[in-house]
Design a protein around this ligand. Sequence first.
Ligand code: CTP
Length: 415
Amino acid sequence: MLKGKKILLGVTGSIAAYKALLLVRLLIKEGAEVKVIMTPAARDFVTPLSLATLSKHPVLSDLFAGDTWANHVELGRWADLMLIAPLSCNTLAKMAQGMCDNLLMATYLSVACPVVAAPAMDEDMWKHPSTRANLARIQGYGNRVIPVEKGELASGLYGDGRMAEPETILAYIREQLSGGVRELAFDGGSGQMSDGNGQDLAGKRALVTAGPTYEAIDPVRFIGNHSSGKMGIAIARELAGRGARVDLVLGPTSVPAEYPGVTVHKVTSAEEMYNACMGIFPEVDVAIMSAAVADFRPVAPAVEKIKKKDDKLILELTKTKDILLTLGQQKKGQVLVGFALETTGERAYALDKLKTKNADLIVLNSLGDAGAGFGYDTNKITIFDRQGGETVYERKPKQQVAADIVDRVVNMLYA
Ligand code: CTP
């Protein structure tokens, strides 16, 4: 939570300015007080009226309006944090030079609080040596830069340069403003441990697996599945957002997974995922296995590309190591969560996995449910526990599903 925190949001001229609306909403929902400054160029992308309505404060833009003068020094002293999102290439260059030709720049140069910036630009601009130099320069001045994400850009091209998603920016702000060692206290309202800042997992470590695995047939082909990794990435974010140090062991996916507090270990095969998990598991308090690990792999992948000279090709497959099962055998007090993705006999299979894999919770999602499963941004789950409990959840965005799962984990950790 950001209750009572004063955040000055600077919006600059970029197509990503529309995300500033979501950002203001999220910040207000967290309890922050938000004032918005726009550059003149930003007003071409999003209206001051929308931002004023959402932030509940007039939007400031001009150093002088009529015969009044916007006191940038006062604004700079008011804020606990200045966030510039989106940060355009142009404003970045001005920050690097210390130029002062609008209210946003005058305020930036006056603030006494930390400054966090979320750049947004096309990939070629992002990679230009002058942009690299400007970024290094503003970081050298003590400003924090939130990395851009890979994805579809305003130009229609695909690449680096998308502004981080509002939820990611929020996590950086929480982290920036929480700082220092936190004391855990019992929150009577939620019945959970909390530091009063939404950080009920502060001091905890978590392991998450996500995504598919690819099992090589030859140097160009593999056996894989349709998992996007979105559910596990959302879980890793939720854990980190609540203060845990997270190791995310991630199979091949193009979904961005970088997030403050999350160390991403990229792997390809089930064997690599297994080895990564074995190294990390003894150190963690919680392990959530959401990866769609291949159950079988070719016994002997061909060294050279297989040619189609015959009419038939028979591949001999062997079982991969079951990571969840192994962790269930090795666990010493960790909370262990497994997933079950089924197409039939859901309940029986989920209960069987809970028992045979010695998990504390099994999260079931059925491919039969609308809006659940591979690639969707929503999911519909049922959670089974070892006490015979069975909780059915509504269909929700995956980030909210992740919050439901992490709530259950927190309850078990502090039970
Ligand atoms: N899992 C794992 N390692 C494997 C296979 C599965 O850690 N080699 C984990 C998954 O991450 C998930 C759980 O086990 O948390 C169940 O996976 P699922 O594919 O539903 O079931 P399987 O155990 O593979 O059994 P089956 O394919 O027969 O349903």
